[in-house]
Design a protein around this ligand. Structure first.
Ligand code: PLP
Length: 376
């Protein structure tokens, strides 16, 4: 099996697994317990909080653990919107957000919030002037993703942060794809809230985190105990949290090399495809994109078919197509960048990670070439 779907999830780094193991059956206490193995768990959680804070340049007490990126997005957007309702009910987001943001906004609309969904251009960028124009007196929150999960486009985060700060609006960013692939500094970029998920950066599944700047009010979305400063009830996933903290500290210390490596592999893939395969279209921006992301439409072959045929050859990749009521629908993200349905339905996302090699990339391109020759 050769894996090119690191944006979907990543294997857990074995160093991370080793850190987690004692917390399953040796250091297994409940972090809320007052005896030693309870306290040691509390300590381990707070240590992970520090590791995460260090990686994004915030204070440890500004980090709240959750179960995944989707929960972090829900907690941020619903929590901030509901706690700040007396100031206004208008939220701004973009049309290409992950469903964890889009569906959360839709659900808030049913509760009386008003949401503006910004268009994106042909490369997936929001327009800063349009963002400014859409701000109203009752705007309380802007939520724009750091980088897109399908086409890898990196949004103008610092510019958005500046505008939000100037207009006194809270700025949340879904950074689930960006953490581990870009260097992020929440203070420098004026980010008030940020979501992340451990399984995207060689940590375990089932654990996420939310950064919320000190001083920003947000309402917990789950009733129960007083864990996580009363913001997220439920006994903490200690092995997961320990794994997440260690995973982020590893990726942070190895980030420069990591970026260089995945970018090299991604650029090699694009170069080989451009040189060797006709009738293709590259989706997303060529320069401002996640280093390990490529999204190319092989016109004439449905993305879902390409994924199926690659799977038969032991290769894992992804199409942005979604299966709904038994029908395969083209990528809605790409349909927001083009009206060409053929481009949207023939997209193939390949995302490269730290265990890929040059040989893997050549193998991938050879197989795509062969599939294109036989099935186009
Ligand atoms: N946001 C983005 C941009 C994502 O890519 C994903 C997952 O793919 C999520 C949110 C949801 O993260 P999780 O799978 O941890 O719930």
């Amino acid at each position: 099996m050769i894996y090119f779907d690191y944006a979907a999830t990543t294997p857990v780094d074995s160093r991370v697994i080793n850190k987690m193991i004692p917390y399953f059956n040796k250091e297994f206490g409940n972090p809320s317990s007052m005896y030693d193995i309870g306290r040691s768990n509390k300590y381990a959680i707070n240590n992970a909080r520090k590791e995460i804070a260090e990686a994004i340049n915030c204070y440890p007490e500004e980090i709240y653990f959750t179960s995944c990126g989707s929960e972090s997005d829900n907690l941020a957007i619903k929590g901030i919107a509901k706690a700040n309702k007396s100031k206004g009910n208008h939220i701004i987001t973009s049309k290409i957000e992950h469903p964890a943001v889009l569906e959360t906004c839709k659900s808030l609309e049913k509760e009386g919030f008003e949401v503006t969904y910004l268009d994106v251009d042909e490369n997936g960028f929001i327009n800063i002037d349009e963002l400014e124009k859409s701000i109203k007196n009752n705007t309380i929150l802007i939520s724009i993703m750091y980088a897109n999960n399908e086409i890898g486009t990196i949004e103008p985060i610092s510019e958005i942060g500046k505008i939000a700060k100037k207009r006194n609006i809270i700025f949340h960013t879904d950074s689930v794809q960006a953490i581990g692939n870009l260097r992020i500094d929440v203070k420098k970029s004026n980010i008030d809230s940020l979501s992340m998920s451990a399984h995207k950066f060689y940590g375990p599944k089932g654990v996420g985190a939310l950064y919320v700047r000190n001083g920003i009010s947000f309402k917990r979305q789950q009733d129960g105990g007083h864990q996580e400063e009363n913001k997220r009830s439920g006994t903490e996933n200690v092995p997961g949290i320990v794994g997440m903290g260690y995973a982020i500290s590893l990726i942070d210390s190895e980030l420069t090399n990591h970026i260089e490596k995945v970018k090299y592999l991604r650029d090699l893939y694009i170069k080989l495809v451009v040189n060797e395969i006709a009738d293709i279209h590259i989706n997303g921006s060529l320069d401002k994109r996640l280093p390990g992301n490529a999204n190319i439409s092989f016109l004439g072959i449905k993305g879902s078919k390409m994924v199926e045929l690659l799977n038969e050859r032991g290769i894992c990749a992804s199409s942005g197509s979604a299966c709904s009521a038994g029908l395969i629908k083209p990528s809605s993200v790409i349909l927001n960048t083009t009206s060409n349905i053929n481009i949207a339905s023939s997209a193939l996302r390949t995302t490269f990670g730290k265990y890929n090699t040059v040989e893997d990339v050549k193998f991938l391109v050879e197989n795509i070439k062969d599939i294109v020759k036989k099935y186009r």
